[in-house]
Design a protein around this ligand. Sequence first.
Ligand SMILES: *[C@@H]1O[C@H](CO)[C@@H](O)[C@H](O)[C@H]1NC(C)=O
Ligand SMILES: *[C@@H]1O[C@H](CO)[C@@H](O)[C@H](O)[C@H]1NC(C)=O
Ligand SMILES: *[C@@H]1O[C@H](CO)[C@@H](O)[C@H](O)[C@H]1NC(C)=O
Ligand SMILES: *[C@@H]1O[C@H](CO)[C@@H](O)[C@H](O)[C@H]1NC(C)=O
Ligand SMILES: *[C@@H]1O[C@H](CO)[C@@H](O)[C@H](O)[C@H]1NC(C)=O
Ligand SMILES: *[C@@H]1O[C@H](CO)[C@@H](O)[C@H](O)[C@H]1NC(C)=O
Ligand SMILES: *[C@@H]1O[C@H](CO)[C@@H](O)[C@H](O)[C@H]1NC(C)=O
Ligand SMILES: *[C@@H]1O[C@H](CO)[C@@H](O)[C@H](O)[C@H]1NC(C)=O
Length: 563
Amino acid sequence: MFQNPWICFLLFLAWASTTAFAARLVDFQVEQPPPVPKDAKQCTIQVLQRDFAFSFGMAEVVQFTPPSDCGPVGSWAAITLNFTVTSNGTQFDRLGIFTFQNVEIWRTSTPEPSRGDGIIWTYIKDVTRYTPLFAKPGTFILQLDNLIQQGLDGVYSTVLHATFYASSADHPAAKQADAIFPLSTFAPDTGNDASVPPGFSINVTLPQNAVGIYAEIYASGNGNEEFWYSNAPNQFLGDLPDGVTFGQGPFREVRLLIDGRVAGVAFPYPVLFTGAISPAAWRPITSYGAVDLPTYFLDLTPFVPVLTDGQPHVFTIDVASAEADHTILQNWFVSGALQVFVDVSSQRTIGNITTYSADPFAESSATASRQGNNVIITVSAQREIHVEADILSGSGVATHVVWSQNLQYQNIQSYLNRASTQNIFQTASGSVSSIHSGKQVVKDIFSYPLTINLTNTTFLLDHSYDRDLLPTPFIPGSTIHSHQLAGTTSAGSSNNNTFSYLDTDGNSFERRVNASRNVITLDQQSGTLAPASFGPTDGVGVPFNGESTFAQARLPGGRRIQT
Ligand SMILES: *[C@@H]1O[C@H](CO)[C@@H](O)[C@H](O)[C@H]1NC(C)=O
Ligand SMILES: *[C@@H]1O[C@H](CO)[C@@H](O)[C@H](O)[C@H]1NC(C)=O
Ligand SMILES: *[C@@H]1O[C@H](CO)[C@@H](O)[C@H](O)[C@H]1NC(C)=O
Ligand SMILES: *[C@@H]1O[C@H](CO)[C@@H](O)[C@H](O)[C@H]1NC(C)=O
Ligand SMILES: *[C@@H]1O[C@H](CO)[C@@H](O)[C@H](O)[C@H]1NC(C)=O
Ligand SMILES: *[C@@H]1O[C@H](CO)[C@@H](O)[C@H](O)[C@H]1NC(C)=O
Ligand SMILES: *[C@@H]1O[C@H](CO)[C@@H](O)[C@H](O)[C@H]1NC(C)=O
Ligand SMILES: *[C@@H]1O[C@H](CO)[C@@H](O)[C@H](O)[C@H]1NC(C)=O
C-alpha cells in the first residue's frame, strides 16, 4: 500500500521535534527591515487588536482614521504596519488578508504555534505605496479564518499598529499615485480577495486624463492548489500510483485581462506555508514569502488609449494551467489594484496602441518517460508579451510606451521507485520591462528555482527568490537574493538562509541565519538597515520552552497522515 510509508514519515517528524527547551519561541521570515527614516517624527496608532479563536467567516472590521499630528495628512515619508501575534496551542497555519479601502495591502500566513510557552512573531510591513489610501479614513479589514475544533486549540492573538513617519527637508514625502482603484470584491465584512476559478472580473471606469496606470496583483494557491508545482498533467496521471498527486499539471500563470485581452501575466513564486510537508522545518524560520507573500507588478499604461474613454472596462484576474483547457483546481485567492497617475490638464489622454502581441495562453509542452518503477515528467512553458503605444496627454506631453514580458518555466518531477521518492525541480524566470520614452519605469528580472526531495523519511528543500524589481516609477527599486535550504532528516529539522537586499536609495541588508531543531545556530546581520551593533552571537542559541506538536502536516497531492 503506497500510503503506509508516508504515515511513518509523519510519525518520524513528530518524534524529531519533541524536545524540551526553555522560553517562548520567536518565529520569523528572513526579510529586510523596511527602509524608513528612523530619526523622523513618528505617529503610531493601534489599528486593531483581536484574538482569532473560532473566526471562520468573522473577519475583524474596524474604522481607521489617519493621524493628523505627523505633518499634513498624506504627506508622510513612509508608513509601516507592525503585526505582532502570539499563539499557544496546536493550530494550522492560516491565511491572513489585510484590506484597507477595499484594496488588499498585505497577504500573510501564520506560523504554526507550539504548546507550552507558545510562539510570538512580529512583522514590520512597508505599506508606503498605499499612501493615497491611508490619507483618508476608511474601513480596515483583517480576515484570518481560524478554526477551533478537536485537536486544534491554537488561538492567534493579534495586535496591529500603523506607524506614520513625518516628512521633512531631510526626508521628503513619499511619491504617490493620484488614485488607487481596487480590483477586488468590495466585500464590506471580509478580505477583498476573490477565489478563482472561474476568473474574477470587475468593471472599472478610469479618469479620462490618466497618463500612467500600474497594476499590482496578489495571488496564492490554496486548498488543492497549495502544492500546484507538484501537480501532474492529466495525461500522465495514469502512469502514477493512485493518490500520489493531483492533476491539472504544475504550470500556473496569473493573467490580467482588459476587456478579455491579455494585458500582462505573472509566473508566480511558489510559497510554502508553515504546515507544508514538514512543519518542523519551518520553525522558527518560515519559508521565504510565507509571512509576506510576493506580489506582481504590470504596466498598463500602453492601454491608456483604450481606458481613458470614460467608459467602464472589464478587468479580469484568472489563473491558467498548461492543460489543453487551461483549467485549474480550487482554489487561488486573487486581488489587485491600479495605481493611477493623471495629467495636470483635465482633458482626455489620447493615443494609439501601435503594437499588440500577446497570446491568450503561454506556449507549453509536457513529456513523460517511464523506466521500470520510475516516472519522470517534464513540463515547459514560455511566454512573450510585447505592447507598444503612443499617448498624448491633455497638456501636450507625448510618451512612447514599450511594455514587454519574456518569461520561461520548467518543471521536472521524478516519481522514483513507485513514487516512494518524489523529487520536484521547478524554475520560473523572466524579464519584465516597461520603458516610457526611453526611461525604464517598471522592471522585474526574476528567478524562482525550487527543488523538493521527498521520501518517507526525508524532506529537503532548496529554493531561491532572486528578484531585481522596479515595481512602478514611484516605488524604489530593489534587488533581493534569498536562498533557503530547509528540511527534515534523521538529523532533525534545519533551515539555513542567506539573504541580501539592496535598493535604489542605497539601503542595504544582509543576513545569514541558520536554525537547527528550533534553535538559532547562526545569525549574522549587516548593512544600513541592520539593527545597530548586531553581534555575531545575538539571537543565537535562545532556548525554547515548548512541546513541538503540530497540526497534521499537509503533503502534495492531498496526502494525509491516517490516525
Ligand atoms: C521507507 O521506504 C523504504 C523503501 O522505499 C522502506 O524500505 C522503508 O522501510 C520505509 N521506511 C519507513 C519508515 O516507512
Ligand atoms: C511591534 O508591536 C509590538 C506589540 O505592540 C511591540 O512590542 C514591538 O516593540 C513593536 N515593534 C516595533 C519595531 O515597533
Ligand atoms: C499555554 O496554554 C497552556 C494550556 O493549554 C497553559 O498551561 C500555559 O500556561 C500557556 N502558556 C502561556 C505562556 O500562556
Ligand atoms: C460590466 O458592465 C457591463 C455593462 O454595464 C455589464 O454588461 C457587465 O456584466 C459588467 N461586468 C462585470 C464583470 O461586472
Ligand atoms: C493615432 O493614430 C492616428 C491615425 O494614424 C494619428 O492621426 C494620431 O496622431 C495618433 N495619435 C498619437 C498620440 O500618436
Ligand atoms: C534531489 O532530487 C534531484 C532531482 O531528482 C537529484 O538530482 C538530487 O540528487 C536529489 N537530492 C537528494 C539530496 O536526494
Ligand atoms: C543546515 O546547516 C547545517 C550545519 O551546516 C547542516 O547540518 C544542515 O544539513 C543544513 N540543512 C540543510 C537543509 O541543508
Ligand atoms: C549555515 O548553513 C550553511 C548552508 O547550509 C552551512 O554551510 C553552514 O555550515 C551553516 N552554519 C552553521 C553555523 O550552522
